[in-house]
Design a protein around this ligand. Structure first.
Ligand code: NDP
Length: 483
């Protein structure tokens, strides 16, 4: 066991009033660490510490802020094997996924370090010859970042790196399941020279400390990734308190496979999108819409991959699909599989827990078919290694099925027909469209976010991230008349 993990407020480790066990989802009897949980008073102190640190951090020149991020990136890179292993241990991702995600976090820090050398405003021609008219982006103030467990270092990095680069201070509330990864990330930033209080880590239950953070008078903005009900509740509370809010929520992402597609490629990408990270990503493929002539071959290929990809302990190098992250996740996913069976769906492969793997939260990669159109299995985010097949009679029918969801995060199409690809790129109601690529997998320099119920507020990642983390100030600068 790693010992005791605590909140970090104004640079000091601070214990709360309760402790919780951080469990290994591959073997839940194994305690990875003990977490001392913050109470609302400590969360309030963290917000106040961020407010106190803001005056100096906003005055720190942007390239100097960037240097801190760059040094933190170097530290994460040097520690990627160790942090990736701890991430896999507490979250259940495979070792390769954990190490890869840690390297991604380093790359995100480097990207936003680079952004601190980019132009930060615009000049405008004025109607007065003596006026220098310009507008400049300034930080918004104290930002609360509330992050989920499914990408425990990459998602925090893509919120915290731009927040800091553009001069904000941050209170970070990571998911309760991943306190060790959160501690590693915070430590790297502090060791890189981030001044005390600029980033404050609150290890506490969202239901306990959430309101204290979201409504705190010192807080200007909240950036959240997680479930729809929690995100919407935060939005209502925060908006009523006059805060800026950004939400990244769920998905029910479609992958359309047309009859002319390369079916080997399509099957590989569908399986990757549906089963990697045990399907626990907002960009996961959960509805596979196949044109009739391709249905049999595509489903056989996906089923074959689901059978061969090794399910097992996250730290076993041969594992391709790890466990679900928690007992709650297991219960939720098994609930959907039971519902599918009650609705007489065909279970082409998988369909339940892998009991032979012991106490870990392992669910077999699953392919379902023949679900009723109104089934909740086809409409709600499952967040497990489960794909449902749907048959389409034409391209138009496939697009209509793909768009038949309140979500709109990512959408994929597999085809060799450029005209259909372009039409799909226009007509798909999704924030990210992929052609001949899986629904998951993002590049950090491009905007990310969804339509409909999947997002609210401005996009994350890439240069556009600054729209959330900055506000414009317009300056009319006149010189007195020259004597
Ligand atoms: P939550 O939305 O509960 O958790 C996301 C974050 O919000 C966590 O840090 C959580 O803290 C925090 N939180 C919870 N309640 C509050 C609150 N009242 N005020 C402020 N913050 C709060 O998601 P779950 O972890 O419960 O996952 C449930 C489902 O949500 C998944 O099965 C999946 O469908 C979806 N989900 C989607 C994600 C995505 O990427 N789109 C990511 C994660 C989940 P704490 O951990 O302490 O509860």
């Amino acid at each position: 066991m790693m010992g005791r993990l605590s909140s970090i407020v104004a640079g000091a480790r601070r214990d709360g009033s309760e402790t919780a066990a951080d469990l290994n989802p591959s073997r839940p009897e194994e305690v990875v660490a003990e977490t001392s949980l913050a109470d609302p008073a400590l969360a309030g102190e963290a917000a106040a510490a961020s407010a106190a640190a803001f005056a100096e951090w906003r005055e720190t020149v942007p390239p100097a802020r960037g240097e801190v991020l760059r040094r933190a990136a170097d530290l994460l890179e040097a520690r990627a094997e160790k942090i990736g292993r701890d991430l896999a241990l507490e979250e259940g991702k495979t070792l390769a996924e954990g190490v890869g995600e840690t390297r991604r976090a380093a790359a995100i820090l480097r990207y936003f370090a680079g952004q601190t050398l980019e132009p930060d405003g615009e000049t405008y021609p004025s109607h007065s010859r003596d006026t220098f008219l310009y507008a400049r982006r300034e930080p918004v103030g104290v930002v609360v970042a509330i992050t989920p467990w499914n990408f425990p270092i990459a998602i925090p990095a893509w919120k915290i790196a731009p927040a800091l680069a553009y001069g904000n201070t941050v209170v970070w509330k990571p998911a309760e399941l991943v306190p060790l990864t959160a501690t590693h990330f915070t430590d790297a930033l502090h060791e890189a020279g981030l001044p005390e209080g600029v980033l404050n880590l609150v290890l506490g239950r969202g239901s306990v400390v959430g309101d204290a953070l979201v409504t705190h008078e010192a807080v200007s903005a909240i950036t959240f990734t997680g479930s729809n009900p929690v995100g919407r509740a935060i939005q209502l509370t925060a908006t009523a308190a006059g805060k800026k809010v950004q939400l990244e929520l769920g998905g029910k992402n479609p992958a359309i496979v047309l009859a002319d597609a390369d079916l080997e490629l399509a099957a590989e990408h569908v399986a990757r999108g549906a089963f990697l990270s045990a399907g626990q990503k907002c960009t996961a493929t959960s509805r596979v819409i196949v044109e009739r002539p391709a249905l049999e071959e595509l489903s056989e290929r996906v089923v074959a991959l689901a059978r061969t990809w090794q399910l097992g302990d996250a730290l076993d190098e041969k594992t391709k699909v790890g466990p679900l992250a928690s007992a709650e996740q297991l219960e939720k996913v098994l609930g959907y599989l039971e519902l599918a069976q009650r609705e007489r769906a065909s279970v082409l492969v998988g369909g339940g827990r892998a009991d032979e793997l012991g106490t870990g939260y392992f669910v077999r990669p699953t392919v379902l078919a023949d679900l009723p159109a109104a089934s909740r299995v086809l409409r709600e985010e499952i967040f497990g290694p489960v794909a449902a097949l749907l048959e389409a009679s034409s391209f138009e029918h496939a697009v209509a099925l793909a768009n038949d969801t309140p979500f709109g995060l990512t959408a994929a199409l597999f085809t060799r027909d450029l005209g259909k690809a372009l039409r799909f790129a226009r007509q798909a109601r999704a924030g990210v469209v992929k052609v001949n690529q899986e629904t998951g997998g993002l590049e950090l320099q491009a905007p990310f976010g969804g339509m409909g119920e999947s997002s609210s507020g401005s996009r994350e990642q890439g240069k556009v991230a600054r729209d959330f983390f900055t506000q414009w100030k317009t300056v009319y600068l006149d010189s007195p008349p020259v004597p």
